[in-house]
Design a protein around this ligand. Structure first.
Ligand code: HEC
Length: 256
Protein backbone atom coordinates (compact mmCIF):
# COMPACT_ATOMS: atom_id res chain seq x y z
CA UNK A 1 0.00 0.00 0.00
CA UNK A 2 1.22 3.47 -0.85
CA UNK A 3 1.70 5.63 2.16
CA UNK A 4 0.78 9.22 2.54
CA UNK A 5 -2.05 9.42 0.06
CA UNK A 6 -4.63 10.03 2.71
CA UNK A 7 -8.27 9.13 2.57
CA UNK A 8 -10.79 10.39 0.05
CA UNK A 9 -14.33 10.89 1.22
CA UNK A 10 -16.84 10.49 -1.55
CA UNK A 11 -20.00 10.08 0.43
CA UNK A 12 -21.31 13.60 -0.06
CA UNK A 13 -21.37 14.71 -3.68
CA UNK A 14 -21.50 18.39 -2.67
CA UNK A 15 -18.01 18.16 -1.26
CA UNK A 16 -15.40 18.22 -3.98
CA UNK A 17 -12.59 15.80 -3.82
CA UNK A 18 -9.17 17.39 -3.90
CA UNK A 19 -7.02 16.47 -6.91
CA UNK A 20 -3.91 16.71 -4.84
CA UNK A 21 -3.48 16.19 -1.17
CA UNK A 22 -3.29 19.64 0.37
CA UNK A 23 -1.03 19.02 3.29
CA UNK A 24 2.69 18.40 3.21
CA UNK A 25 3.33 15.25 1.35
CA UNK A 26 5.09 12.20 2.54
CA UNK A 27 8.76 11.90 1.74
CA UNK A 28 8.23 8.42 0.38
CA UNK A 29 6.75 10.10 -2.71
CA UNK A 30 10.20 11.40 -3.65
CA UNK A 31 12.37 8.30 -3.82
CA UNK A 32 16.07 9.16 -3.95
CA UNK A 33 15.47 12.81 -3.19
CA UNK A 34 15.23 12.70 0.54
CA UNK A 35 17.81 12.26 3.24
CA UNK A 36 17.96 11.54 6.88
CA UNK A 37 18.36 14.54 9.15
CA UNK A 38 20.90 12.60 11.16
CA UNK A 39 23.60 12.06 10.02
CA UNK A 40 23.28 13.03 6.32
CA UNK A 41 21.83 16.50 6.54
CA UNK A 42 23.72 17.56 9.66
CA UNK A 43 27.02 16.33 8.24
CA UNK A 44 26.55 18.44 5.10
CA UNK A 45 25.63 21.48 7.19
CA UNK A 46 28.65 20.92 9.34
CA UNK A 47 30.97 20.62 6.36
CA UNK A 48 29.66 23.84 4.79
CA UNK A 49 30.04 25.60 8.13
CA UNK A 50 33.59 24.32 8.47
CA UNK A 51 34.54 25.70 5.03
CA UNK A 52 33.32 29.16 6.05
CA UNK A 53 34.93 28.96 9.46
CA UNK A 54 38.32 28.08 7.97
CA UNK A 55 37.86 30.81 5.36
CA UNK A 56 37.26 33.39 8.08
CA UNK A 57 40.22 32.10 10.07
CA UNK A 58 42.49 32.54 7.03
CA UNK A 59 41.12 36.06 6.50
CA UNK A 60 41.77 37.10 10.09
CA UNK A 61 45.33 35.78 9.85
CA UNK A 62 45.95 37.53 6.52
CA UNK A 63 44.35 40.81 7.64
CA UNK A 64 44.72 41.24 11.39
CA UNK A 65 42.28 43.66 13.02
CA UNK A 66 43.84 47.13 12.84
CA UNK A 67 44.31 47.92 16.50
CA UNK A 68 44.83 51.49 17.53
CA UNK A 69 45.94 53.02 20.76
CA UNK A 70 43.57 53.33 23.69
CA UNK A 71 40.68 55.68 23.00
CA UNK A 72 41.05 59.07 24.66
CA UNK A 73 37.95 61.25 24.98
CA UNK A 74 40.01 64.41 25.56
CA UNK A 75 41.67 64.02 22.18
CA UNK A 76 39.27 66.03 20.05
CA UNK A 77 41.68 65.93 17.13
CA UNK A 78 40.95 62.24 16.60
CA UNK A 79 38.51 61.78 13.73
CA UNK A 80 36.73 58.47 14.18
CA UNK A 81 35.73 56.70 11.01
CA UNK A 82 32.70 54.39 10.84
CA UNK A 83 32.96 50.91 9.38
CA UNK A 84 32.68 50.60 5.60
CA UNK A 85 28.97 49.76 5.61
CA UNK A 86 28.16 53.08 7.29
CA UNK A 87 30.45 55.22 5.16
CA UNK A 88 27.56 56.38 2.96
CA UNK A 89 25.76 57.83 5.98
CA UNK A 90 29.01 59.41 7.11
CA UNK A 91 29.50 60.98 3.69
CA UNK A 92 26.01 62.47 3.67
CA UNK A 93 26.95 64.33 6.85
CA UNK A 94 29.69 66.13 4.95
CA UNK A 95 27.40 67.84 2.48
CA UNK A 96 26.74 71.50 3.19
CA UNK A 97 22.98 71.17 3.65
CA UNK A 98 23.26 68.05 5.77
CA UNK A 99 25.91 69.14 8.22
CA UNK A 100 26.73 71.94 10.64
CA UNK A 101 23.50 73.85 11.36
CA UNK A 102 21.63 71.40 9.09
CA UNK A 103 22.89 68.35 10.96
CA UNK A 104 19.36 67.20 11.77
CA UNK A 105 18.64 66.89 8.05
CA UNK A 106 21.62 64.65 7.37
CA UNK A 107 21.51 62.66 10.58
CA UNK A 108 17.79 62.17 11.17
CA UNK A 109 15.52 63.39 8.39
CA UNK A 110 17.20 61.92 5.30
CA UNK A 111 17.92 58.45 6.72
CA UNK A 112 14.51 58.60 8.43
CA UNK A 113 12.66 59.13 5.15
CA UNK A 114 14.65 56.41 3.43
CA UNK A 115 14.12 53.81 6.14
CA UNK A 116 10.43 54.64 6.68
CA UNK A 117 9.87 54.32 2.93
CA UNK A 118 11.52 50.91 3.07
CA UNK A 119 9.38 49.96 6.05
CA UNK A 120 6.17 51.16 4.40
CA UNK A 121 7.00 49.77 0.95
CA UNK A 122 4.54 46.83 1.17
CA UNK A 123 1.68 49.28 1.75
CA UNK A 124 2.86 51.99 -0.61
CA UNK A 125 3.35 49.63 -3.52
CA UNK A 126 0.62 46.97 -3.80
CA UNK A 127 1.37 46.10 -7.43
CA UNK A 128 0.85 42.37 -7.99
CA UNK A 129 3.44 42.10 -10.76
CA UNK A 130 6.63 40.33 -9.86
CA UNK A 131 8.91 41.13 -12.80
CA UNK A 132 11.05 44.13 -11.97
CA UNK A 133 10.49 45.75 -15.36
CA UNK A 134 6.77 45.81 -14.73
CA UNK A 135 7.27 47.68 -11.45
CA UNK A 136 9.01 50.80 -12.72
CA UNK A 137 8.54 52.95 -9.63
CA UNK A 138 9.74 50.42 -7.10
CA UNK A 139 12.60 49.32 -9.36
CA UNK A 140 13.81 52.83 -10.12
CA UNK A 141 13.69 53.79 -6.43
CA UNK A 142 15.74 50.73 -5.61
CA UNK A 143 18.30 51.40 -8.36
CA UNK A 144 18.52 55.04 -7.30
CA UNK A 145 19.08 54.09 -3.65
CA UNK A 146 21.71 51.46 -4.46
CA UNK A 147 23.43 53.90 -6.83
CA UNK A 148 23.49 56.62 -4.18
CA UNK A 149 24.88 54.25 -1.57
CA UNK A 150 27.64 53.12 -3.93
CA UNK A 151 28.47 56.67 -4.96
CA UNK A 152 28.61 58.14 -1.46
CA UNK A 153 30.63 55.18 -0.18
CA UNK A 154 33.11 55.63 -3.00
CA UNK A 155 33.24 59.39 -2.39
CA UNK A 156 33.98 59.02 1.31
CA UNK A 157 36.81 56.57 0.59
CA UNK A 158 38.27 58.64 -2.23
CA UNK A 159 38.32 61.92 -0.33
CA UNK A 160 39.35 60.68 3.08
CA UNK A 161 42.76 61.62 4.45
CA UNK A 162 44.03 58.07 4.94
CA UNK A 163 47.51 59.17 5.93
CA UNK A 164 46.18 61.12 8.88
CA UNK A 165 43.74 58.32 9.64
CA UNK A 166 46.55 55.80 9.96
CA UNK A 167 48.73 58.16 11.92
CA UNK A 168 46.20 59.37 14.46
CA UNK A 169 45.56 56.04 16.13
CA UNK A 170 49.04 54.61 15.84
CA UNK A 171 50.37 52.82 18.87
CA UNK A 172 53.52 54.66 19.89
CA UNK A 173 55.70 53.69 22.81
CA UNK A 174 57.30 56.68 24.46
CA UNK A 175 58.74 57.73 27.77
CA UNK A 176 55.74 59.98 28.39
CA UNK A 177 54.81 59.74 32.06
CA UNK A 178 51.08 60.31 32.34
CA UNK A 179 51.40 60.74 36.13
CA UNK A 180 53.81 63.64 35.83
CA UNK A 181 52.10 66.73 37.33
CA UNK A 182 53.26 68.85 34.37
CA UNK A 183 51.45 66.50 32.03
CA UNK A 184 48.41 66.29 34.29
CA UNK A 185 47.99 69.98 34.97
CA UNK A 186 49.43 71.78 31.97
CA UNK A 187 49.84 69.58 28.94
CA UNK A 188 46.55 67.75 29.26
CA UNK A 189 44.57 70.96 29.61
CA UNK A 190 46.32 72.90 26.86
CA UNK A 191 47.91 70.65 24.29
CA UNK A 192 46.42 67.16 23.98
CA UNK A 193 43.23 68.40 22.35
CA UNK A 194 45.29 69.03 19.20
CA UNK A 195 48.43 66.97 19.61
CA UNK A 196 46.69 63.79 20.76
CA UNK A 197 46.06 62.28 24.17
CA UNK A 198 49.57 60.86 24.26
CA UNK A 199 51.04 63.62 22.10
CA UNK A 200 51.32 61.18 19.23
CA UNK A 201 49.50 63.52 16.90
CA UNK A 202 45.95 64.61 16.13
CA UNK A 203 45.01 67.73 14.24
CA UNK A 204 48.44 69.01 15.28
CA UNK A 205 51.68 67.09 14.63
CA UNK A 206 53.07 64.43 16.95
CA UNK A 207 55.59 65.79 19.45
CA UNK A 208 57.44 62.66 20.48
CA UNK A 209 59.58 61.52 17.59
CA UNK A 210 60.84 65.01 16.83
CA UNK A 211 63.99 65.93 18.64
CA UNK A 212 63.21 69.45 19.73
CA UNK A 213 65.13 71.75 21.99
CA UNK A 214 63.47 73.37 25.00
CA UNK A 215 63.85 76.74 23.26
CA UNK A 216 62.15 75.53 20.12
CA UNK A 217 59.12 74.27 22.08
CA UNK A 218 58.88 77.35 24.28
CA UNK A 219 59.09 79.63 21.25
CA UNK A 220 56.22 77.72 19.67
CA UNK A 221 54.11 77.75 22.81
CA UNK A 222 54.79 81.43 23.50
CA UNK A 223 54.20 82.75 20.01
CA UNK A 224 52.03 80.09 18.42
CA UNK A 225 52.00 79.77 14.68
CA UNK A 226 49.63 80.06 11.82
CA UNK A 227 47.72 76.99 13.00
CA UNK A 228 48.53 76.92 16.67
CA UNK A 229 47.38 79.45 19.27
CA UNK A 230 49.93 81.43 21.27
CA UNK A 231 49.92 80.76 25.00
CA UNK A 232 51.75 83.94 25.93
CA UNK A 233 48.75 85.40 27.71
CA UNK A 234 47.24 82.29 29.23
CA UNK A 235 50.32 80.62 30.72
CA UNK A 236 53.07 82.05 32.91
CA UNK A 237 56.69 81.91 31.83
CA UNK A 238 57.40 79.20 34.40
CA UNK A 239 54.54 77.10 33.14
CA UNK A 240 55.73 77.43 29.55
CA UNK A 241 59.23 76.49 30.68
CA UNK A 242 57.93 73.40 32.50
CA UNK A 243 55.84 72.33 29.51
CA UNK A 244 58.74 72.86 27.14
CA UNK A 245 61.11 70.77 29.23
CA UNK A 246 58.54 68.04 29.46
CA UNK A 247 57.95 68.01 25.69
CA UNK A 248 61.61 68.32 24.73
CA UNK A 249 62.40 65.27 26.88
CA UNK A 250 59.96 63.01 25.07
CA UNK A 251 61.38 60.27 22.91
CA UNK A 252 60.43 56.94 21.46
CA UNK A 253 61.13 53.84 23.45
CA UNK A 254 61.32 50.33 22.12
CA UNK A 255 58.02 48.53 21.96
CA UNK A 256 57.34 46.75 25.22
C1 HEC B 1 44.49 74.42 18.47
C2 HEC B 1 45.35 73.30 18.32
C3 HEC B 1 46.70 73.29 19.06
C4 HEC B 1 46.92 73.43 20.41
C5 HEC B 1 45.90 73.65 21.51
C6 HEC B 1 48.35 73.28 20.58
N1 HEC B 1 48.96 73.08 19.37
FE1 HEC B 1 50.95 72.85 19.06
N2 HEC B 1 50.64 72.81 17.07
C7 HEC B 1 49.41 72.82 16.46
C8 HEC B 1 49.59 72.79 15.03
C9 HEC B 1 48.47 72.78 13.99
C10 HEC B 1 50.99 72.76 14.81
C11 HEC B 1 51.72 72.79 13.48
C12 HEC B 1 51.80 74.26 13.22
C13 HEC B 1 52.71 74.68 12.16
O1 HEC B 1 53.58 73.94 11.75
O2 HEC B 1 52.56 75.87 11.79
C14 HEC B 1 51.62 72.77 16.13
C15 HEC B 1 52.98 72.75 16.31
C16 HEC B 1 53.59 72.62 17.53
C17 HEC B 1 55.00 72.49 17.74
C18 HEC B 1 56.06 72.49 16.69
C19 HEC B 1 56.32 71.12 16.17
C20 HEC B 1 57.45 71.10 15.17
O3 HEC B 1 57.33 70.27 14.27
O4 HEC B 1 58.36 71.87 15.28
C21 HEC B 1 55.18 72.36 19.08
C22 HEC B 1 56.51 72.18 19.79
C23 HEC B 1 53.89 72.44 19.71
N3 HEC B 1 52.93 72.59 18.73
C24 HEC B 1 53.68 72.35 21.05
C25 HEC B 1 52.46 72.60 21.67
C26 HEC B 1 52.27 72.64 23.09
C27 HEC B 1 53.36 72.39 24.11
C28 HEC B 1 50.95 72.92 23.30
C29 HEC B 1 50.26 73.12 24.64
C30 HEC B 1 50.76 74.20 25.46
C31 HEC B 1 50.31 73.04 22.00
N4 HEC B 1 51.25 72.82 21.04
C32 HEC B 1 48.96 73.32 21.80
C33 HEC B 1 48.17 72.88 17.06
C34 HEC B 1 47.98 73.08 18.42
Amino acid sequence: MKRGKGLTFVGDSRIQKYDKPRLSRDYSEFPGRTEEFWPDFLLKEWMTGAVFLIGFLCLTVAHPAPLERMADPTDTGYVPLPDWYFLFLYQILKYTYASGPFNVIGAVIMPGIAFSALLLAPWLDTNKERHWLKRPIASSMMILAVGLIFYTTWESVAYHDWEQQNQQGQIVFSNLDADDPVFQELVRTNCTSCHGGELTGGSGPELIEKEMSVEHVSAFVTNGSENMPAFEDTLTEEEIQAISEFIANLELTAAE
